[in-house]
Write a protein that binds this ligand. Sequence first.
Ligand code: LLP
Length: 450
Amino acid sequence: MPVNSTDPPMPQLTETDRELFPVTAGLDSGENITIGGCSIPDLVAEFGSPLYIYDEDTVRHMCRQFAGGFKQAYERSHVEYSSKAFANPALARIIAEEGLHMDIVTGGELVFAKAANFPPDRLNFHGNNKGREELAEAIDYRIGRVTIDSFYEIGLLNEVASERGVRQKVLLRVSPSVDPHTHMLTTTGVLDSKFGFSIETGAAAEAVERAMAAQNLEVVGLHFHLGSPIFELEPYSQAIDYVLNFAAQMRDAHGLRLAEFNPGGGFAVGYIGERLPPPISAYASEISEAVRSGCDRYGLDEPLLTVEPGRAIVARAGVAVYTVGGIKRIPEVRVYVSVDGGMGDNIRPALYSSRYTVRRVREPYATPQEKVTVVGKYCESGDFIAKDVDLPPLEPGDLLCTPASGAYAVPMASNYNMTTRPAIVMVKDGDARLIRRRETYADLLATSLV
Ligand code: LLP
């Protein structure tokens, strides 16, 4: 439609909100927030509340930003989506179409990858305690890589691979004792961690020796993962230098050839306007530069570089929507606004004190009149979505939404208080399709026996 110069300007999201919401987000003529050309109230009318909305264009955009950004900085690189951030067959299909690799950490995540016919040679199996069955299922699917995390696993995987007459390509997960200054519960690359072989204690050197001696394992490289979300760049380069130095020592001592190198994921995303992450290009150049200069310093051939973002691929694509119920005012103390979801569908605020932006779906920028604390419906005082946030006046039935909810909310969801987990829709070009239906009471009863 031609825009008449006398028409009032179309309302739109603020500049900061455009960084937090999906790339397709906007406002419709009634000033309701829209995602992928679908207005949120219409989606709730069709699919119910609470609702998780994923925007396909944003997922594809992030895949391209990562793959392109890293290729530009380091030609021999690829990106491996960490499916724990959100495992879903419809999503896995998009990840496969975009040419990314994918990591899994359980037999369950493998089942989801299989359901999407994810190319097995592009899968990497992580995890600190994989079971015999899980390893067997992965080998039977001809999985590309297994990243070994313990001495027990070296023996176990070698046995399972030998029973199947396979020589399995593996990476060894090492721990570089570098603190990336993130939440204690999501820090993994420090000495006191259950993950990986510590370089500092000598365990990693012993693991290289043992794994290289295992007949049915082919050690193709090393992996580490520092934690997440990491807002700083320097921990990556510090850890890369340390691990490449270690790789050179292992080459000299045991003939290790570092064909592949994977410095993990952990790239931060914007949850609130006050704390935005560095651009992907900054992570890409820091990591690439550190790999190149480390290889040069220690006389190593430049390896194939893999990075494994989970959160950064899907967080921005997902928006959670809730309906307001009761409102409790405690004069001069606090205003509690209860919604129909909470820690059952997003435990991150309760678990990590994570902060989220909350917007009223209708006229999100109407003048706020008071600070409110948005809480869930679960029987826990720690069940909240956001504390003391400025929101326009609210009434029961109003819709609220939280952007940047696409990672680690739904995958960590529970049925606490016997609640049903929400529906998930994928939107694109004005269409919405269900990619997970809402659970029913029958689902809740299905696994219990009377
Ligand atoms: N690679 C490995 C080996 C990992 O353990 C993880 C995450 C990733 C990659 C992906 O990290 P990302 O790029 O998504 O930050 N539940 C927590 C996050 C736990 C992450 C566990 N491992 C949260 O909600 O923040």
